[in-house]
Design a protein around this ligand. Sequence first.
Ligand code: GLU
Ligand code: ZN
Length: 277
Amino acid sequence: MTFTTRFAPSPTGPLHLGHAYSALLAHDMAQAAGGRFLLRIEDIDGPRSRPELADEFRRDLEWLGLEWEEVPAQSTRLATYEEAAHDLLERGYLYPCTCTRAEIEALEPRLGSQGAIYPGTCKGRLLDPGKSAALRLDVDRAMADTGELVWEDALAGCQTADPREAGDVVIVRKEAPASYHLAATLDDAADGVTLVTRGADLFAATPIHRVLQALLGLPVPRWHHHGLLLDDSGQKLAKRRGSPSLADRRESGEDGRALAARLRAGEFPAGITLANS
Ligand code: GLU
Ligand code: ZN
C-alpha cells in the first residue's frame, strides 16, 4: 500500500502557523516515504464554511513551497455519509436526538473528552420523520459489539480506544448529513490514507473514529498526532490571540519558503502534545 497522508483544513477561518506546521509535516513524511500527500477541504460546516477560503488555502500551501494532490471536498461526498449513517441507524447503533444545547446543559452533564457527555435523554427513541433530529452513537451498544479496540499513534504508541470517554457523540448533525467524526473517518478510508496526520487537539477524537471504522468495516490507518505550536506566552497559537494568518503573512510580502524552512528547523516550539492537551 502506498504511504498516504493528508492535510484536511476546514474553511471556517484562515490558516495560521500551526496549520503550516501540520501541512509541512505531512508533506515531508509523504515525500520521504515516496508516498502521497493529499489536500482535502472539509467544508460541511454549514453557514460557518466560507468556500472562498479554500482558494486562499491553496495559495498558502503554494506559498510555502508545497505540492499536493487534491481529493474531492467533503461537500461533494454527502451521499456517502448518508449511506453510512443509514446503515448504522438500521443496525441500531444510532438514535435520534432532538435536544438543544441548552436542554443538555440544564442537566449539568459530566465533562468528557469531547466536552459535555450527553446524558442519554433520547436514547431508545425512534426517528420521527416530521422532526429534525441529530443522530447519536449508542456507544455502549457499539462497544458491546466491537469489543476492545486498539490503535497506533506514531508518537504515543499503541493505544486502547475507549470512545465511552466521549459519550454518545453526534454522528449526523441536525443541519448536516454527517458530523466531522463520520465524514473524516469515511473520507480517510475512501482516500486510501494510511497515516492520519493532525494536531494533538484531535487525539481524544480518535477513539470515536476507531469505533466507526470497526462498525463500518473500514481499513484502520495509523495516526500521527503532532504537538501544537505555541506562542511566546506558551499558549496554543490562535488568531484570536493575535497570531497572524498565513494569508496575512503572504500578503505582507513575507517569503513563504523561508518560513517553511524555519518551521522545519523547529524554530517555533511545538509544545502541547496529547499528554497535556
Ligand atoms: N478539518 C479539521 C480541522 O480543520 C481537521 C480534521 C482532521 O485532520 O482530522 O480542524
Ligand atoms: Zn436528546
